[in-house]
Design a binder for this molecule. Structure first.
Ligand SMILES: [Zn+2]
Length: 236
């Protein structure tokens, strides 16, 4: 078990043409990490893995504990070994926090994980309803997403930074999810306001990229016709 490896199953790009079918179980994913984010079979909600426990924030905003046989088309996990970076003292939004993190590190060209536990004055998230086959394209799901708004929520921001050259396989830049301690809110992060908590990071010198080779649909798909970058900037 390496704490400097990020394990990525599937690619963000495969979601663009609608290859949403879950092809790996949460149980087998957990053997590669105890912390992470992802999405479910059929784009069924936003996933968060914290301390070895997988959670789903479904399209209605309910937070569910996942069983080992829940399937995923795309996920990132790693074994947590975070180092403190700085303590938040002033109110900060996503853009300012991302700038502050990058300015204190020389991690622009590597993958790293980001974690912050605190009391959020404001948190805005989104999640997507489970799609049925034949699956739509990712951009067509943008109008099927629901937004959730929380105030005074104690919880964890968890996610990854990917170098811009990896926009496509992953989201270039930050990709953050949120989970409240009391499981009252969570999802893909759109906005927040927070002024407390320790910002923690964990760099990776190794990316283990695993492809769904058992999926005929994936193996036969021609990605040259998909506007991967355009769709990712619209959807993420
Ligand atoms: Zn997300």
């Amino acid at each position: 078990m390496s704490k400097s490896t990020l394990y990525q199953y599937g690619t963000l790009a495969l979601l663009v043409p609608g290859l949403f079918k879950g092809t790996k179980s949460i149980g087998s994913l957990l053997s590669h990490g105890d912390t992470g984010i992802g999405t479910g079979d059929g784009l069924d909600g936003e996933l968060v893995v914290l301390d070895g426990q997988p959670y789903q924030i479904d399209g209605s905003g309910n937070v569910n504990k996942l069983s080992e046989d829940f399937m995923v088309p795309f996920a990132d996990v790693h074994f947590a070994d975070y180092k403190d970076l700085f303590e938040l003292k002033d109110f900060i939004n996503p853009q300012k926090l991302e700038e502050a993190v990058l300015s204190k590190l020389n991690y622009n060209n590597i993958f790293f994980s980001f974690r912050l536990h605190g009391n959020f004055d404001k948190i805005v998230t989104r999640s997507v309803d489970k799609q049925t086959e034949p699956y739509p394209k990712l951009v067509e799901c943008a109008d099927k997403q629901n937004e959730f708004y929380g105030e005074n929520k104690v919880g964890t921001l968890i996610g990854y930074y990917a170098p811009q050259i990896f926009n496509g396989p992953a989201v270039g830049g930050f990709h953050l999810h949120f989970l409240a301690d009391d499981l009252s809110i969570g999802g893909h992060v759109l906005d927040f306001k927070v002024n407390n908590g320790m910002v923690k990071v964990q760099p990776f010198n190794n990316l283990e990229q695993v492809f769904p080779t058992d999926s005929n649909e994936f193996m036969q798909h021609d990605f040259s016709k998909d506007d991967v970058n355009g769709a990712i900037s619209k959807a993420e």
